[in-house]
Design a protein around this ligand. Structure first.
Ligand code: URA
Length: 210
């Protein structure tokens, strides 16, 4: 079986992860300059699935999603709600390979990678899906991506293609690092997301030190 076909046929998330990492995917030009295929970070059984844009330099180097500065910001936002990004989230990206100079992925690159993102969504039991930033919003819910991001962030919505899930748009953690005035409202959004995931059966976290 072709390795990419095997990736899409994976029936468990750990199998998908392993096969994707080892696939040697060359479906788009991003393959040319990458060091690692960056599949994800976190827990495949998590109640929250977070979707970012694309791996950056550190992610490309290590093969781990959101392990650089933006990842630390994400860790902090969730830690403030008593949640660990490694335990309570599965974090993935629209594309799995680093675009040159960290540009946003092109439409055709995202389209080529889309079947893998769809498989991740299908294999994740998460009921709450966070779309972090414009790229994730544009690729998952294009109808909502026409106006300003500020009008979408913090809003929960559903999509016919993915019944039984709730989606919410968040500011991308890198945008918060770039513009720290976004941080207070971003914290509110993460608080609402955490509350939603908890009402959905996720165990209440142990408070720091408790
Ligand atoms: N930004 C992203 O969108 N994804 C990563 O994995 C790292 C930074």
């Amino acid at each position: 079986m072709h390795p990419l076909f095997a990736v899409l046929k994976a029936e468990t998330y750990p199998d998908f992860r392993e096969r994707m990492r080892e696939s040697g995917c060359t479906r788009c030009a991003l393959a040319e300059h990458r060091t690692h295929i960056v599949v994800d970070r976190g827990n495949p059984d998590a109640a929250i699935l977070a979707i970012g844009e694309a791996p950056g330099a550190q992610e490309d180097e290590t093969g781990v999603a959101f392990c650089g500065r933006a990842g630390k910001m994400l860790d902090e936002l969730f830690a403030a709600e008593g949640l660990s990004t490694d335990e309570h989230l599965l974090i993935v990206n629209v594309v799995k390979c680093r675009p040159p100079l960290n540009r946003a992925p092109h439409r055709d690159e995202a389209a080529r990678c889309r079947p893998f993102l769809e498989r991740q969504l299908a294999l994740s039991p998460a009921r709450v899906v966070a779309l972090m930033g414009t790229t994730a919003l544009r690729h998952i819910a294009p109808d909502r991506a026409k106006g300003r991001l500020a009008e979408q962030v913090g809003r929960f919505f559903q999509l016919d293609e993915w019944p039984g899930r709730e989606f919410v748009t968040l500011y991308h953690p890198a945008a918060i690092l770039y513009n720290r005035s976004l941080e207070p409202v971003a914290r509110e959004h993460v608080r609402a997301l955490a509350a939603r995931a908890r009402t959905d059966g996720m165990p209440a976290p142990v408070p720091p030190g408790g």
